[in-house]
Design a protein around this ligand. Sequence first.
Ligand code: SAM
Length: 270
Amino acid sequence: MSDHYIHGFSDAERLRLIAQAQMLSTPVFDGLDFSGAQHLLEVGCAVGAELHLLEQRASHLALTGLDLSGRHLQAGRSWLAEHERISLVQGDASSLPFADDSYDIGMTIWLLEHVHDAEGVIRELLRVVKPTGSIILTEVDNHSFGFDPAQPAISAWWDAFNRCQAEIGGGDPYIGSRLRQITEGLGAEVLTEAPRAVISSSDSTRSRADQLHYLRELLESGSERMLTHGYATTEMQRAMATAFDQLRSQPDKAFHYSAVRLICRKPPMH
Ligand SMILES: C[S@@+](CC[C@H](N)C(=O)[O-])C[C@H]1O[C@@H](n2cnc3c(N)ncnc32)[C@H](O)[C@@H]1O
């Protein structure tokens, strides 16, 4: 997996994930009610950045995170060692090492875009969540990313990023648009499905500079895999970086990136 996962598992990626969780905490967590839940599972937890925020928002929850990456989990375990309500488990999302009906809430956050069988992962989540519980999927639709007016060097990099992610990693960068179809196909009852503004130049609660910095780090996180596997060139990388530099002093250029949050329940007699 390590050669094919677009973001890699470096220390820089660990820090990017922690900063990302903070930057995107509003679109990810606002509006969610954890008051009736006791046990929450996050599948694809990486270094535990979201679990750390969840612990602050809902201190009564017992939190379990599962990830395939031993490196990310090792980093998470040392960072979260003193956090007794958080347990980290190594495993594959498509075959969860948990009993049926064991969690009140099952979550994925930026995971399903990276797996080759999103339906199989959601089926597993439906299996391990209680009939009274729910599944919360917050996932990107990378078609939604863009600038107005368009920034050709950034678009070219983004197209290559998405092709690399899908072809080398085997995921679907546009999975957000398919969540309803997949969950309903599995017989789940969709409770809500809503667009979430991940990044937006019209968002006055977060600074333009911080949002652009976030986007740039996100796009640069694919560099190693994209260059190694021939999806991008260093010229493309330089042009993308120059475009981001110029955007700092161009407040008239708009940008947006959105995700989909779908909440569903398991079907009766699952
Ligand atoms: C973009 S990170 C998301 C991390 C976390 N949800 C967050 O928001 O900080 C995606 C994570 O999914 C994990 N992953 C990819 N495929 C997986 C699989 N089949 N089973 C479990 N984890 C997987 C990767 O190792 C990585 O840590």
